[in-house]
Write a protein that binds this ligand. Structure first.
Ligand code: SER
Length: 879
C-alpha cells in the first residue's frame, strides 16, 4: 500500500463508523501559551475534552501533523540516530467526545489493523495501565478484559504510569492508555526471545504503533487530578511507523514517505545512503528535519531568535551541520529538498504547495547565514587552538561562546577539536549552559494558579462589535506570576474588550465598581476564552461590575484596521495578485503590513497604492459584516484567508465593497471608510527575502504627519530664500558642496606637499643617525603618516617623529627605518612611552610605526626635544 492509500483508508474506516473527518490545524500553536507546537492530535480538542467548549461532532477522525521537539514530549535526540522517531510526524486519530468508550475504541482498532490492514495477529501486543496506588489510580482491568477477546493473555501486558498514563503536559487532560505494539523481528529472533520481554524496551523492531487514551481527568496546576465532566477517547497512531509496517520495511526511512527525499540527498551529496553509519544518520536527520522546518514555515513560523522561531532555527541548523560535517555539503542544500516534499505531500497539505517558494527562500537564506557563522566560528576555533596551548583543552566558557554566539552545536566543536588533537572542558561548557538556562528560565517562568470559579456559566461572550461598555459579572479568576510579580486574569460573563488577535492589539479600559476603577492592562484569548489582565481584584468579585473600554483608543485602532484591509486590496490591484499578507499589526497609533513581493515597489507604485486607498476612503464605503458564515461559504465568496491561521467552522466576513475588499476577520472596523479621514504611508522596507513591510498612519496621526512635513518644507524654503523650485535648489547646493570638497582636497594635497618639501632642510644628523623631529601644520592625521613614511628610508638610520595639533587634539606619529630597528631593539611604541606623557596621550602600533593621540598641545615642544635627546643618547651609547 502506498502511504497516501494508508492515510485515506484510516479516515474512510472511521467515517464509515459515523466519524466526521476534520481537517488538521497548523502545527504552530498560536492559542496555547503552554505549548509552542501541536504535539498530539488531541491538541485542537483540548477544550472540548475539558468541557470548556461544545464538541463539533461526537465522533471525529483526523490526520494531524505533530512536532515533538520541546516541552514534555520531545524526541529530538533520538531522531536520525534510530529509525522510528521523528520531529514532525503525522498522527492518525479517532475521537469520541462523551460518546463511545473503551470497548468500541479497542474493537475498531483491532478490526482496522487485522481485517483492513491485515497485520498478523500473532505479532500484536496490547499494553494496559497497571494502576498507581500512590496516586489512588486503579489498574485498567476493563481495557485488559476487552483485549483478551482478541489476544491471548500473554499478549496483554500491564505497564506503569510512566508508559500507560498519557498526559498532554504538566497541566491539562490525561487518562490511562492502552498501546498497541508490533513485533517485526525474524522468526528465529522471535523463537529465541519472546516479544513480551521487549515491549517498551526501546527495541527497534518491537515498536508501539497506536495509543488509545481514555481521557478521564484534568491535571491541575497543583498536581491534583480532577475527574472530567465526561469521558472521551483520544487515539493516536504513528503514520510513518504504520507505513513502514505495511510496506514491510525495517526502518521508517525506507518507506515512500522518506525515500524520495533520501534519493535527492544522495544526488546532492554524491554519497550512497549506507556508506557509513554516520552518513546514514546524517541523511536521516536531514530528511526528517526538512519536513519539520517546511511545515512550520508554511504555517507562518520562520526561523528566528525567540520561542517557536528559535526551535525551528535549531532544527534547521542541526540539519545544515549534519550535512556540513558528514555529507560534505558546504553550500545551502536543505532548500533543494522542498520540491520533493511538495511533490509528495502537496496534495494532502495544500499550504505546502502554495507556500513552496517562500519555504525555499526562507530556508536558503537561513542556511546561507548559518554557513557564514559556521565559517566565522571555525576561524574562532582556529584562534582558540593557539590559546589552548600547551594544555590542549578548550575552555568550557569559550566552547559555550561558539555555541551561543556562532550557533555552533557542542558536538560540532567537539568534532573539530578532535581533528586538531584538542579536547573540550565539557563540564565547563555544561556549567555555562546551565547558567544561561537558569537565566532564561527566570526571565520567562510563568506560574498559573488554578481557576477560582465564582459562577457556572458559558465562556465570556464578546459584545464589543456593538458596545463599548456594559454591566456584567466575573465568572472566574486566577493568579498569574512571572518575574514582574503576580497579576490576575478574569473571565467576564460578557465583555466589550477586544482580545489581541488578527494583528489588532487588545482594547484597554477599566472595570468599574462602586469602590474603584481598575485599569484593564491587557486582554488575551486563550482557547476561545477572553482573559482580562488586571493588577488588582475588585473588593467583592461576586458583585456586578461595569466593563468599559477606552473608546477613543478603540476608534483609532478601527481606523487603522480598516485601512489595513484597504491597503491589502490596493496592493493586490497595483502590484498583482501574488501579494499575500504575511503579518500585520494594528494599533491606535498606526499600522504595519507585511506582504510577499519579490522586488522593492517603486515610489510611483506606492503613490498609486496610497491614492487608491484614499479614494476608497473618500467614497465612504459602508462596512458589510457577516458574523456567522460557514468557512466553505466564506471561501466561496472569495474571502481572503491567511495561511497558518486556524479558523473555526463558522467565521466572520468583513467587506468594504465586496468586489474590492473581502476578508475573514475577527477584528473591529469603522462603520464606513470615511471615518478614516486620510491614509498616509510612512515607509516601506524589506524584512526578509521576498517580504516587504509598509508602515502607515491614518486619521489625526496622518494629518499630524503631513503638517510636520509641510512645516519642515516651509522652514527649508525659508532657509534657501524661497526658491521657486526647492528640489532644484537643494540639488544645486549639493553639487556646489561636492565641487568645493574636491577643490579643498586639491588644496590640502598641495599644502601637504609643501610641508613635506620644507621638512627636508630640517633633518639633523648626529653621527650616522638622521633625525626629523618636528611639529608641523597639516590638515589631518593621515597627512602625518604619509609624510613620516615619505622620509622613512631617507637614511639607513632614520627617525621621523612628527607632531601636529588641531585645537586641543594632539597627534604624534613615529616611524623608524629598518636599519635603525635592526640596530636598536626598542620598538616605536616603546619609544613613544618615554615622551608621550608630556602631551597627555595614549597610543600603540607596530615595531617600526606608532601613532598616539593626546590632549595637551602645550607639551609638544618639550616632548619633541626630550625625544631628540633620548634618540641621540641611545644611539651614541650603542655605537
Ligand atoms: N494523545 C495520545 C498521543 O499523543 C493519543 O492520541 O499519543
Amino acid at each position: 500500500m502506498k502511504s497516501n492509500q494508508i492515510r485515506d483508508t484510516f479516515i474512510q474506516f472511521f467515517v464509515d463508523r459515523g466519524h466526521l473527518h476534520q481537517a488538521s490545524v497548523p502545527i504552530v500553536n498560536k492559542e496555547d501559551p503552554s505549548l509552542l507546537f501541536v504535539n498530539a492530535g488531541m491538541n485542537p480538542f483540548k477544550d472540548i475534552i475539558l468541557g470548556n467548549q461544545p464538541a463539533t461532532a461526537p465522533r471525529v477522525a483526523t490526520v494531524q501533523p505533530c512536532l515533538r521537539v520541546s516541552g514534555k514530549h520531545n524526541d529530538l535526540e533520538e531522531v536520525g540516530v534510530d529509525t522510528y522517531h521523528h520531529t514532525l510526524f503525522e498522527m492518525l486519530g479517532n475521537w469520541s467526545f462523551g460518546d463511545y468508550f473503551k470497548q468500541e475504541a479497542i474493537q475498531w482498532a483491532w478490526a482496522l489493523l487485522t481485517a483492513v490492514y491485515n497485520l498478523p495477529k500473532d505479532r500484536l501486543y496490547a499494553t494496559t495501565f497497571a494502576g498507581d496506588p500512590q496516586a489512588g489510580l486503579q489498574p485498567d482491568e476493563e481495557a485488559a478484559a476487552f483485549w483478551r477477546n482478541y489476544l491471548p493473555t500473554e499478549h496483554v501486558l500491564p505497564f506503569s504510569k510512566q508508559d500507560n498514563f498519557w498526559e498532554m503536559g504538566e497541566q491539562g487532560p490525561c487518562g490511562p492508555c492502552s498501546e498497541i505494539h508490533i513485533d517485526l523481528r525474524s522468526e528465529a529472533e522471535r523463537a529465541a526471545v519472546p516479544a513480551a520481554q521487549l515491549v517498551n524496551a526501546d527495541h527497534p523492531q518491537v515498536i508501539e504503533i497506536w495509543n488509545l487514551v481514555f481521557m478521564q481527568y484534568n491535571r491541575q496546576a497543583s498536581g491534583a487530578l480532577v475527574e472530567l465532566p465526561q469521558k472521551h477517547v483520544d487515539t493516536g497512531m504513528g503514520f510513518e511507523r504504520l507505513t513502514r509496517v505495511l510496506q514491510g520495511k525495517t526502518s521508517n526511512y525506507d518507506t515512500d514517505l522518506f525515500m524520495p527525499l533520501i534519493e535527492r540527498l544522495i544526488d546532492l551529496s554524491g554519497k550512497p545512503y549506507h556508506q557509513s553509519e554516520t552518513v546514514a544518520i546524517a541523511m536521516r536527520v536531514v530528511v526528517d528535519h526538512v519536513r519539520a522546518v517546511a511545515f512550520a514555515i508554511a504555517d507562518g513560523q520562520a526561523p528566528s531568535n525567540v520561542k517557536a522561531g528559535y526551535v525551528i532555527r535549531r532544527i534547521l541548523r542541526r540539519a545544515v551541520r549534519y550535512g556540513y560535517s558528514y555529507l560534505d555539503l558546504h553550500e545551502p542544500f536543505v532548500y533543494q529538498l522542498v520540491a520533493v516534499l511538495v511533490a509528495q505531500l502537496g496534495n494532502v497539505y495544500p499550504t505546502l504547495r502554495l507556500q513552496q517558494q517562500t519555504i525555499e527562500q526562507v530556508i536558503a537564506a537561513e542556511e546561507a547565514a548559518f554557513l557564514k557563522t559556521l565559517a566565522t566560528g571555525l576561524k574562532r576555533l582556529h584562534q582558540l587552538h593557539a590559546a589552548t596551548l600547551p594544555t590542549g583543552v578548550i575552555d568550557g566558557q569559550l566552547a559555550f561562546e561558539l555555541y551561543d554566539t556562532h550557533g555552533f552545536p557542542l558536538d560540532l566543536t567537539r568534532l573539530i577539536a578532535k581533528e586538531k588533537g584538542l579536547t573540550i572542558d565539557e563540564a565547563g561548557f555544561q556549567a555555562a549552559l546551565k547558567q544561561q538556562q537558569l537565566r532564561s528560565q527566570k526571565a520567562t517562568a510563568l506560574v498559573l494558579g488554578d481557576w477560582q470559579l465564582l459562577q457556572p456559566g458559558e465562556q465570556a461572550l464578546f459584545v464589543g462589535y456593538d458596545r463599548c461598555s456594559m454591566t456584567t459579572s466575573i465568572l472566574q479568576w486566577r493568579t498569574v506570576s512571572n518575574k514582574q510579580g503576580p497579576y490576575y486574569q478574569l473571565v467576564l460573563k460578557e465583555t466589550p474588550f477586544y482580545p489581541e488577535g488578527g494583528g489588532q492589539v487588545a482594547d484597554v479600559g477599566w472595570l468599574v465598581t462602586a469602590e474603584a476603577s481598575i485599569p484593564v492592562l491587557n486582554v488575551q484569548k486563550e482557547h476561545g476564552i477572553i482573559l482580562h489582565t488586571v493588577q488588582q481584584l475588585p473588593a467583592d468579585c461576586t458583585r456586578a461590575i461595569e466593563a468599559r473600554i477606552d473608546a477613543t483608543q478603540r476608534r483609532l485602532a478601527e481606523c487603522n484596521h480598516t485601512a489595513t484591509h484597504l491597503l491589502h486590496a490596493a496592493l493586490q490591484r497595483v502590484l498583482g495578485t501574488h501579494v499575500v499578507q504575511k503579518g500585520s499589526l494594528v494599533s491606535p497609533t498606526g499600522l504595519r503590513f507585511d506582504f510577499t513581493h519579490p522586488t522593492k515597489p517603486t515610489a510611483a507604485e506606492l503613490q498609486q497604492v496610497e491614492a487608491l486607498v484614499n479614494q476608497r476612503i473618500r467614497e465612504n464605503i459602508p462596512c458589510e459584516e457577516q458574523r456567522s458564515v460557514s468557512l466553505e461559504a466564506a471561501k466561496a465568496m472569495g474571502a481572503k484567508a491567511l495561511f497558518g491561521e486556524k479558523y473555526g467552522a463558522t467565521v466572520r466576513v468583513v467587506a468594504f465593497d465586496p468586489a474590492f475588499s473581502l476578508e475573514l476577520c475577527g477584528g473591529t472596523h469603522v462603520p464606513a471608510t470615511g471615518h478614516i479621514g486620510f491614509f498616509k504611508i510612512m515607509g516601506e522596507t524589506a524584512i526578509g527575502t521576498g517580504i516587504r513591510r509598509i508602515e502607515a498612519v491614518t486619521a489625526a496621526a496622518a494629518e499630524a504627519f503631513v503638517a510636520q512635513q509641510t512645516a519642515a518644507w516651509t522652514q527649508l524654503s525659508t532657509l534657501l530664500k524661497q526658491p521657486n523650485d526647492l528640489v532644484e535648489a537643494v540639488t544645486q547646493l549639493i553639487s556646489e558642496k561636492n565641487q568645493l570638497q574636491k577643490q579643498r582636497l586639491v588644496h590640502q594635497a598641495k599644502a601637504i606637499q609643501d610641508v613635506t618639501d620644507g621638512l627636508l632642510a630640517k633633518i639633523q644628523q648626529v653621527h650616522d643617525l638622521h633625525l626629523l623631529v618636528e611639529a608641523v601644520c597639516v590638515p589631518h592625521a593621515e597627512a602625518l603618516r604619509k609624510i613620516a613614511f615619505h622620509y622613512q628610508s631617507h637614511a639607513e638610520h632614520m627617525v621621523v617623529l612628527l607632531a601636529a595639533h588641531w585645537a586641543n587634539k594632539v597627534q604624534l606619529t613615529l616611524v623608524l627605518s629598518d636599519g635603525l630597528l635592526r640596530r636598536c631593539t626598542k620598538t616605536a611604541p616603546e619609544w613613544m612611552q618615554h615622551f608621550l606623557p608630556l602631551v597627555g596621550g595614549k597610543g600603540g602600533g607596530q615595531a617600526h610605526f606608532a601613532t598616539a593621540g593626546g590632549t595637551h598641545p602645550a607639551g609638544i615642544e618639550e616632548a619633541l626635544s626630550l625625544a631628540k635627546k633620548l634618540f641621540v643618547a641611545y644611539y651614541t651609547q650603542s655605537e
